[in-house]
Design a protein around this ligand. Structure first.
Ligand code: DLL
Length: 439
């Protein structure tokens, strides 16, 4: 596809530093941060005292590994405000994420933190070629979830025209996209796919839209899914990463090289650790992503374990930015399926399914245990165009998907083809797995 986007570097003074300049800046900020959290957050003081680590022991980023980790459980144990580092009157916004179990994870933002976040989103918009001339349709949910307000504040700071559509009401979203002439859209990749198919059902042609680029994240998605979105919406589809605990969308974002997301390293130091031993791993190796926020003042986090599995890449990017890139997130540690001893992420299953033509990008994975053996059944929607094919050709398609999954992942799965529009659609983060072994 011919690219429709011309990206640019929003803050070259931070996005193009040499490695030694970046490390010097990170070191200076890290030293201050550690002192701040030790003095103001009882949890950090207790964790550091327990290993006899004093703030003075942290002199540069090279000492980062000495610091204790922070986990989601720490945030839950100290619900709602026990991890704040600033007095409550300096907190101007609260966000929270629910997760699947337990209490909400609460994040308090100072005005400084909202400014840092908006700056990061502006840099992300730069990577998507968005300028003040553009209209950005934000279809991430507004509310405690950081997607909507995060993109909103960044696009507003940029001076673009924002359409705060939020999630839901797909018919209205489509008319708004057409009538207001949005040039950029921000939503989950699964919703982008849904919009693409619904366009046809609502008699709207892609030629009536002015969209150039999509800023998609909040859930893992494969490169094959990217191709499908780019084809149906006729846009460039870029990956945006973030999590509420660290700030929200914009912690990292893909540039037009579409080869990994640039981490905003002057604000968030990334590390990859072995999820079992917690030992730091070198660039290139896959493991759990950990972040230390070095400029936040409301609720900074030290070595926060994201549970996301990916790897980092410090090679020079063709776009001119020098910040470290994170590869596509495979999935979360806690979403990883272990099928007869083989570790599989739903995103890998997606990539295998979407290698086969004739299927729609809608699927559902069911896992169960039968006679003490793990079994996986995947429901895959077929395209409208082939749903009326002969039984024989549908059976051939089904077998082809099974064999693709087997050769790609080394596991056997039973595939069931289902009618178009029967797999549940999502407006936010898609739920793709039902693991009956856990029920
Ligand atoms: O999902 C923030 C966000 C909003 C990011 C909009 C991008 C766009 P949480 O609800 O706290 O925050 O969920 C964070 O979502 O740890 C990842 O597991 C997953 N995630 C977020 N972005 C991506 C992505 C927002 N681009 C959790 N690829 C993270 C894969 C992602 N997973």
């Amino acid at each position: 596809m011919k690219s429709r986007v011309k990206d640019y570097i929003y803050s070259p003074q931070y996005e193009c530093l040499s490695r030694s300049e970046m490390q010097a800046l990170q070191s200076e900020r890290l030293v201050k941060l550690v002192k701040r959290v030790y003095d103001n957050v009882a949890v950090y003081r207790a964790k550091m005292d327990a290993i006899k680590l004093k703030p003075e022991d942290i002199r540069s980023v090279d000492d980062l590994y000495k610091l204790p980790f922070t986990t989601k459980q720490d945030l839950r144990n100290n619900y709602p405000f026990g991890m704040l580092c600033a007095p409550k009157e300096e907190i101007v916004r609260l966000h929270a994420s629910s997760g699947t179990t337990g209490k909400l994870t609460v994040v308090g933002y100072s005005q400084n933190d909202l400014d840092v976040w908006a700056e990061c989103v502006c840099r992300a918009l730069g990577m998507a070629g968005v300028t003040k001339e553009d209209t950005v349709h934000v279809a991430y949910g507004y509310g405690l979830f950081t997607g909507g307000l995060g993109l909103h504040d960044g696009a507003t700071k940029m001076g673009a025209t924002v359409v705060p559509a939020s999630s839901g009401n797909t018919k209205r979203q489509l008319s708004l996209l057409r009538d207001f002439g949005a040039t950029a859209i921000a939503c989950t990749p699964s919703y982008a796919i849904y919009l693409g198919t619904e366009m046809e059902n609502n008699g709207i042609s892609v030629d009536e839209l002015k969209l150039k680029v999509g800023i998609f994240g909040a859930e893992p998605w494969s490169d094959n899914m990217r191709k499908e979105i780019e084809r149906t919406l006729n846009i460039d589809a870029l990956d945006i990463y973030g999590l509420s605990e660290i700030s929200g969308p914009g912690v990292a974002m893909e540039c037009m090289a579409k080869n990994g997301s640039h981490v905003q390293e002057d604000h968030f130091i990334p590390e990859i650790v072995d999820p079992v031993t917690l030992e730091p791993l070198p660039y290139g190796e896959k493991g759990e992503l950990v972040f230390t926020t070095i400029t936040k003042t409301g609720q900074p986090l030290v070595r926060y374990r994201t549970r996301d599995i990916t790897s980092l890449n410090a090679e020079k990017c063709s776009c001119g930015r020098t910040t470290v890139r994170m590869n596509k997130v495979l999935g979360r540690n806690d979403d990883m399926l272990i099928i007869r001893g083989v570790n599989v992420f739903p995103s890998q299953i997606e990539a295998a399914i979407m290698n086969v033509s004739g299927v729609a990008p809608h699927y559902m994975i069911y896992v169960d245990r039968v006679d003490n053996l793990d079994v996986m059944e995947i429901h895959v929607e077929v395209n409208e165009s082939i749903s009326s094919d002969t039984v024989g050709s549908l059976e051939a398609l089904r077998k082809k998907i099974e064999s693709e999954i087997h050769s790609y992942l080394g596991i056997s799965a039973r595939v069931r083809l289902v009618e178009p529009n029967t797999v549940q659609r999502s407006e936010g983060k898609a739920v793709r797995v039902i693991d009956k072994r856990k029920i």
